[in-house]
Design a protein around this ligand. Structure first.
Ligand SMILES: *Cc1c(COP(=O)(O)O)cnc(C)c1O
Length: 445
């Protein structure tokens, strides 16, 4: 593969963009390829190389790069008509009605412009309505580039994970290990009066994809309720991806007080949203007194794209297709691992997948886990499959990033560039794409 054009674009970018990119995960080694255009499930780079794309914009692109016709025409219509006004529009109401109809926890919403803004607003709302300052988060969980959650440490003390955040922010955040019921109960026993909320992804999807063990989400529901704290599910990735239109909360049967959305809910345009019980969401200004506002919030083009995205999924077998291909891919990779790398673990569910380069896995899998670890206790691999963010960090992350990812790219398969971020199958992927991808796994592993 020739990459001359990408290299020269990156050379120019390094002079005028911080690190040559606008989001740090894009700065792959030795330099990223620059995309010229998308084509269904594929991307074509500036040198004309074609890749099967499983990055899918890091999650938003449920349909791949050619949105269904109703999405495209709605986008064009709203872009031409405005594109935005600083006054409310019908499409915001329609999109909110649709989401409230399908997602168990949502009666009312506030749309914002990114997943980060959604989690910032949800944390402020939780603190505002409870009058408490502390939030509990999961080690290895990700909630965007926000001050309260960019922390490291454990239940006994947290500090900011980046320069630029005063340590006083981290004083109010309590990181706990995912899937560890005992620790979260201890934290509540000690700090229950001061905890505004537990904020977690229902599946850790930015850290290798870690599925909850049986009963864990229920335990979070129980302990928050008992202490008058809120449970917030960050469904920025899992929303309208896991469990279809009911989202992961519907699939797991655990209803949080607040839910944050992003990615798919904007149909490929910048978006975020906070949804939940009306009595809570109403506390945002102007109905309540928890300040929240945004110039671009509820942008008509975004709302139209998101709404047509979800409506199309309600009317066509979109989730049937992406989930079937996801299962086929995960089962195919599991087969390959059995021969070539029995210590590695396939993770993911629905249309998400990843291979975690665990160091000590068993070759055998329980039936329920042959298409991705679902934390079945009787599985021979149960003790080795990742349960926490730390379990994923302790894997062969360098090999993943420096050898495997590069080899897959050279074979025309575009994966997320590190061990941690999820990968996605879209409605545009075909059985042929999956077979080609499995061949590449066989050769690269
Ligand atoms: C992507 C993501 C975010 C941040 O969303 P942005 O739109 O990038 O700000 C927050 N939470 C989760 C779970 C995410 O996957």
């Amino acid at each position: 593969m020739n990459h001359d054009e990408s290299r020269s674009l990156y050379d120019r970018a390094l002079s005028v963009l911080a690190g040559g990119v606008n989001s740090s995960v894009r700065a792959t080694q030795p330099y990223p390829f620059f995309v010229e255009r998308g084509d269904g499930a594929h991307v074509i780079d500036a040198d004309g190389n074609r890749y099967v794309d499983y990055v899918m914009g890091y999650g938003p692109l449920l349909y791949g790069h050619d949105a269904p016709e109703p999405v495209q025409s709605a986008v064009q219509k709203h872009a031409a008509a405005g594109p935005m006004y600083g006054a409310p529009t019908e499409i915001e109401v329609e999109h909110a009605e649709f989401v409230a109809r399908h997602v168990p926890s949502v009666e009312m919403l506030r749309f914002v412009n990114s997943g980060t803004e959604a989690t910032v607003s949800a944390v402020r709302l939780a603190r505002g309505v409870t009058g408490r300052d502390k939030i509990v988060v999961m080690q290895g969980g990700y909630h965007g580039a926000q001050e309260s959650t960019l922390v490291e440490g454990g239940p006994d003390g947290a500090k900011p994970s980046t320069p630029g955040i005063p340590s006083s922010f981290a004083d109010h955040t309590i990181p706990v290990p995912f899937n560890d019921e005992e620790t979260v109960r201890e934290v509540f026993a000690e700090h229950g009066e001061d905890i505004a909320a537990v904020l977690t992804e229902p599946i850790l999807a930015n850290t290798g994809i870690v599925h909850p063990v049986d009963g864990y989400l229920e335990a979070l529901r129980d302990v928050t309720e008992a202490h008058g704290a809120l449970l917030i599910f960050d469904e920025v990735i899992t929303g309208f991806r896991v469990g279809g239109l009911q989202c992961a909360q519907g699939k797991f049967g655990v209803t949080p007080d607040l839910t944050t959305f992003g990615k798919i809910i904007g149909g490929g345009f910048p978006v975020g949203a906070v949804g939940g019980k009306a009595e809570l969401v109403e506390q945002f200004t102007p109905g309540g007194d928890v300040f929240q506002s945004g110039t671009f919030s509820g942008h008509p083009v975004t709302m139209a794209a998101g709404h047509e995205y979800l409506k199309y999924a309600a009317e066509n077998d979109v989730y049937g297709h992406v989930d079937r291909l996801g299962e086929k891919l995960r089962a195919g990779i599991t087969d390959i691992l059995e021969d070539q790398a029995p210590e590695y673990t396939v993770v993911g569910t629905d249309s998400m997948f990843k291979t975690v380069f665990t160091r000590h896995g068993a070759a055998e899998r329980a039936d329920a886990c042959v298409d991705g670890c679902s934390q079945v206790e009787s599985c021979p691999n149960y003790d080795a499959c990742p349960k926490t963010g730390a379990d994923v960090s302790n894997t062969e992350t360098d090999r993943w990033e420096r050898v495997f990812w590069q080899e897959m790219k050279d074979r025309g398969v575009f994966l997320t560039a590190n061990q941690f971020e999820s990968q996605f199958v879209s409605y545009a992927h075909t059985d042929e794409d999956i077979e080609k991808t499995l061949e590449a796994y066989k050769a690269a592993l």
